[in-house]
Write a protein that binds this ligand. Structure first.
Ligand SMILES: [Zn+2]
Length: 290
């Protein structure tokens, strides 16, 4: 595999050559991610930056991106795939039912008493460890080390993962390494704003605030949700501590320096334990009054 030493940073009309040594993890997550391309003329392959300690960071070809035939990095992909090794970066697909489950669990945990919460987390962790042990027996050749972690909140990106897990985060526990990742966020609703093809639910926990954004991509996948956000607003006005759980991609907002969550799927939100259609139905059947 030919090592990639430089890249082209493309930002709208601006194109800048960036050498590997010019790229810091911070610069990458905040500015360059998804905007780095192969520097070979005529090649449009996308690159990603893999941060390692010391000077071991490297550039690699973005998954599923292809180099042009004449590019010296053209064979990178085939070599990587035929080596039979697990990729360093696991990309997990998060399915709708996984989101539903994650949000439901998050909501239930949020409304439990502290004592019940600890017990629930320990049970869950025990189940997970048992499952991991079973899986380990099946795959002896892979030499995976499974740590016994009793507190799920201690799990990090570096924890060994046998399959992509959808991590939950409270608004005030989001960290830099959540950036660019799919997460389920839990917080109380502060405010709801919406327009034609755009809605923002602002949530908080312990004085940390963030916006959960529903944009074009969301409404394209859930066109019937366009007129339903007033119900969330109404519900949050009638309930001081309406809990909002949402699954999406964590980003950083450059303007206010807050984290934000971009939701893409109609399964991506749960309002105090209810899906948006079920919340609307509660108003329609007058279990709740508008
Ligand atoms: Zn290339």
């Amino acid at each position: 595999m030919v090592k990639i030493f430089d890249s082209i940073y493309v930002n709208n009309a601006q194109k800048i050559v960036l050498e590997l040594k010019d790229i810091t993890p911070k610069g990458y997550t905040e500015n360059y991610r998804r905007k780095l391309f192969c520097s070979t003329e005529g090649c449009n392959a996308k690159l990603s930056f893999v941060a390692k300690s010391g000077n071991r960071s490297y550039l690699r070809t973005w998954r599923y991106s292809l180099h042009s035939k004449h590019c010296l990095h053209f064979f990178d992909k085939e070599e990587g795939e035929s080596s039979g090794k697990r990729p360093n970066v696991q990309i997990g697909v998060v399915y709708g039912d996984q989101m539903n489950r994650s949000q439901k669990e998050a909501f239930e945990l949020e409304v439990l008493s502290e004592e019940e919460r600890v017990k629930r987390l320990e049970d869950k962790s025990r189940q997970r460890n048992n499952r991991n042990k079973r899986l380990r027996k099946r795959s002896t050749s892979e030499q995976l080390t499974i740590h016994m972690i009793l507190d799920p909140s201690k799990l990090t990106e570096d924890s060994p993962k046998l399959k992509a897990r959808l991590y939950k985060r409270d608004v005030d526990t989001l960290k830099k390494n959540d950036l660019g990742q799919a997460r389920t966020l839990i917080g109380k609703i502060q405010s709801v704003n919406y327009s034609e093809q755009n809605a923002i639910v602002r949530i908080f926990k312990n004085n940390t605030y963030m916006n959960v954004k529903f944009e074009k991509a969301f409404f394209a996948s859930a066109p019937t949700y366009i007129n339903l956000f007033p119900y969330i607003q109404r519900f949050s006005e009638q309930n001081d501590f309406a809990i909002f759980c949402a699954t999406g991609e964590v980003r950083k907002n450059i303007d206010n320096d807050e984290f934000e969550l971009i939701v893409f799927n109609k399964e991506g939100l749960l309002i105090h334990g209810m899906t948006l259609p079920s919340l609307v139905a509660s108003y329609a059947t007058q279990q709740l009054s508008f």
